[in-house]
Design a protein around this ligand. Sequence first.
Ligand code: ATP
Length: 241
Amino acid sequence: MLWVENLDVRRGGTHALRGASLEVRRGEIVALIGANGAGKTTTLATISGLLRPRSGTVRFAAEPGATPIEITSLKAEAVVAAGLSHCPEGRQIFANLSVAENLAIGAFLRRDRDGIAKDIADVHRLFPILKERASVPGDRLSGGEQMMLAIGRALMSRPKLLLLDEPSLGLAPRLVEQIFDILERIRDEGMTVLLVEQNAAMALDIADRAYVLEAGSIVLEGTGRALAEDPNVQRAYLGAA
Ligand code: ATP
């Protein structure tokens, strides 16, 4: 449902992406792994319309069988309207707004009140703590709760494809496990996920397929399991001796 072809992106003086290509199929969790500075965040930001590539294309088909539309030059808001939702690195939730208000912001393009109420109920089902803490300001949440809120808010635009940047960042292993379990659950309920992670072991464990990004180019791709068993991946990203 997403085709990223030959993206070339410069940021300041840095050549952040050098011909990066990848594909996401409907119903998959796809992981993009790589070292610090490899270009993972840049890839997501370019897909979601926050950065413009020098060259290359991003095409997206929200519905099965639909003709893909080119979203390369769309603004971020139009990309959300097309059915992609980006949960950014560092969560970026609104500190002074309550949990409920943060969730409502995720639905800012929607007018279907009944649908919004149903989706809030769905988010509460996935993350019961967000219901308990509905009136608490964003900055009073723990790191794990903030991550849950960021994912919940991204789901409130009712996306067909969820882009997630480093959901494990700064979280205790138990919480990371909990969040990754939920990602598998939403995938099993029909969502498609493109996941950027430095925690390669966890990401490969839940990924149907994965790509390795090095210095702005994709150097390896395969199923999550095949990459987890690849000696080069083990040495470079999984801490094997
Ligand atoms: P990280 O896990 O640290 O976020 P990453 O794989 O996501 O790493 P990017 O953040 O995409 O990598 O960075 C790719 C390259 O672009 C790096 O060399 C980085 O220094 C550079 N870069 C990132 N943001 C900017 C910026 N705002 N201005 C200039 N260069 C940048």
